[in-house]
Design a protein around this ligand. Structure first.
Ligand code: NG6
Ligand code: CA
Length: 522
């Protein structure tokens, strides 16, 4: 080959590679790590001192740590629904905490963060807890094809815990099937005792390795009784202790297989939801009991994912978002010592409330973005929410959203990327569970709470769950009173009126994203 041809070829290759890297720069890989029931104050970069979370802290040190980062609901199913669809869960049907045999809540054809990234050329996966239902109206066909599910709403592949691990069954779902299911031992799942002699947390309580405190007293698996009943599927069942390792193993496989093209991974950790049963190597590692040990396990998972990105030289080509699906809870149905061992640890940080509550502790959670070389390290006070990820990632990857899709998702990309002077949301509606008339509206420093049933749950998270009587409306000044202790509604009647109307409008209008319209009801 002549020197001239060689030079031209080299030049051509350099251009090609350069062009390729420029293209990649606009389509970084995206990993959303969603923790389960992790509170604002549960990790050391948000103030925890009872334990250390070095890997999550490192993410924060390398990226933006948000002080007003939210999930949209204070329970799992509605937050996951609105993170994926970009639409407030109270607009949807059956978006409250899903029971074991729930059908798929997000209908095929719905635009999701996964479908829009898939359209942009990404390979998409969800690995971990699903809890958004599987199957058609009749519910999941556990021994057949479990669809519709994630694969019908934009995910190329999935490896799931189908509901949440305090609910039956304890099996993995890979794409459309229960993994390792022996047809000779079919899996049955129901809400009635299948036979009079079926052992439960009530009849065999003394055999349990972790006792229940409320609910959670039906079928026993791995020495832990659950919500709901099941029989069969023995070869498919997993051990609670191995869940985190499995999520990491499957995620590393997925990242390795897709290292040369853009990928989206929704890493849906089950930590630190009940039953908290971390791997033996994490048990006893903190003074906080299994709740704290599960936080250490979650931190380990984050470390493993980041090591994988480093090993494959993907850290500068991957946007990582770390968030939680709702705020903290101590006793959520099992006697795991969380309440007794909490000491000075404040799981919701300076905030009141936690899981099930629209006080800040219910939805204001750790929220970190990291994209090495693209996001400057720092702390951001901008208001951002997991519901904004669809519109923001659509902007990042140049995708247009259909008018009736992602109806409450705001493009806050610049805030997520830590750009100077970038603004987050102007307002955010919070909810607790399903569509039950409990809402809050944050606008700037003001927070309006609305309770159509006039009861609020669990205002001090480090206490046993309780219901407290509250007025229908309360108003708080989050700047003066972040813990929402002083209801100042009497002192600001006009402001309260305005916020009540704004909240009612946001609920009734059917959409809040500029340009979006609610679909016509059929
Ligand atoms: C509640 C359960 C709780 C937990 C929650 C869902 C009882 C008494 N309580 O109904 O243990 O499973 O649902 O949590 O059964 S979530 O994080 O998935 O929303
Ligand atoms: Ca949760």
């Amino acid at each position: 080959m002549s020197f001239r041809i060689f030079s031209l070829l080299t030049l051509f290759l350099v251009c090609l590679l350069h062009g390729h890297s420029q293209l990649r720069a606009e389509k970084p890989n995206v990993i959303v790590i969603m923790a389960d029931d992790l509170g604002y104050g549960d990790v050391s970069c948000y103030g925890a001192t009872a334990l250390k979370t070095p890997h999550i802290d490192q993410l924060a040190a390398d990226g933006q740590r948000f002080t007003s980062g939210y999930c949209s609901a204070s329970t799992c199913t509605p937050t996951r629904y609105s993170f994926l669809t970009g639409t407030y869960a109270f607009r949807g049907k059956r978006t409250g905490i899903a029971p074991p045999n729930a059908p798929a809540i997000i209908k095929p054809g719905t635009e999701t963060v996964a479908s829009l990234l898939k359209r942009a050329g990404y390979t998409t996966a969800v690995i971990g807890k699903w809890h958004l239902g599987l199957g058609g109206e009749a519910g999941p066909d556990w021994n057949g094809d479990l669809k519709p599910g994630p694969l019908e709403i934009g995910f190329d592949t999935c490896f799931l815990l189908p509901t949440t691990n305090d609910r039956v069954p304890q099996v993995y779902v890979k794409d459309h099937r229960v993994l390792n299911l022996d047809p000779a031992d079919p899996l049955w799942v129901g809400n009635k005792k299948p036979s009079p002699d079926h052992p439960t947390g009530l009849t065999h309580r003394d055999t349990l390795k972790m006792d229940w405190s409320h609910g959670h007293n039906s079928t026993i698996h791995n020495g832990i009784s659950r919500i709901g009943f099941y029989t069969g599927g023995h070869a498919a069942r997993f051990r609670d202790e191995d869940l985190a390792d499995k999520w990491v193993e499957k995620s590393v496989e997925f990242i390795e297989a897709n290292k040369d093209q853009p990928f989206f991974l929704f890493f849906a950790s089950h930590d630190i939801h009940v039953p908290r049963m971390p791997h033996e190597r994490f048990q006893g590692k903190t003074s906080l009991g299994y709740r704290g040990d599960s936080i250490i396990q979650l931190d380990w998972c984050v470390g493993e994912l980041m090591k994988t990105l480093d090993r494959l030289q993907l850290a500068e080509n991957t946007l990582v978002v770390f968030c939680s699906d709702n705020g903290p809870v101590m006793d959520d149905g099992y006697k795991d010592g969380a309440l007794e061992k909490v000491g000075d640890h404040r799981a919701a940080g300076p905030y009141s409330g936690g899981k099930y509550s629209v006080y800040e502790g219910g939805t204001r959670t750790p929220f970190i973005t990291r994209w090495k070389g693209h996001i400057p390290p720092g702390v951001s006070d901008e208001l951002v929410c997991t519901i904004d990820l669809p519109a923001s990632l659509a902007t990042l990857t140049g995708q247009k959203l259909p008018q009736d899709a992602c109806r409450d998702s705001f493009n806050v990309l610049d805030a997520l990327l830590g750009k100077a002077d970038a603004a987050g949301r102007a307002h955010l509606v919070q909810q607790n569970n399903g569509n039950n008339g409990t809402y809050a509206l944050r606008v700037g420093k003001w927070k309006l709470q609305r309770y159509d049933k006039q009861t609020a749950r669990n205002i001090i998270v480090e206490q046993q769950l309780s219901n407290t009587k509250v007025p229908q409306y309360q108003l708080f000044d989050l700047e003066q009173d972040p813990a929402e202790k002083q209801n100042v509604i009497q002192a600001h009647p006009e402001l309260a009126q305005r916020l009540k109307k704004q909240l009612a409008d946001l609920i009734e209008q059917g959409s809040s994203r500029p340009g979006a319209v609610a679909p016509v009801e059929k």
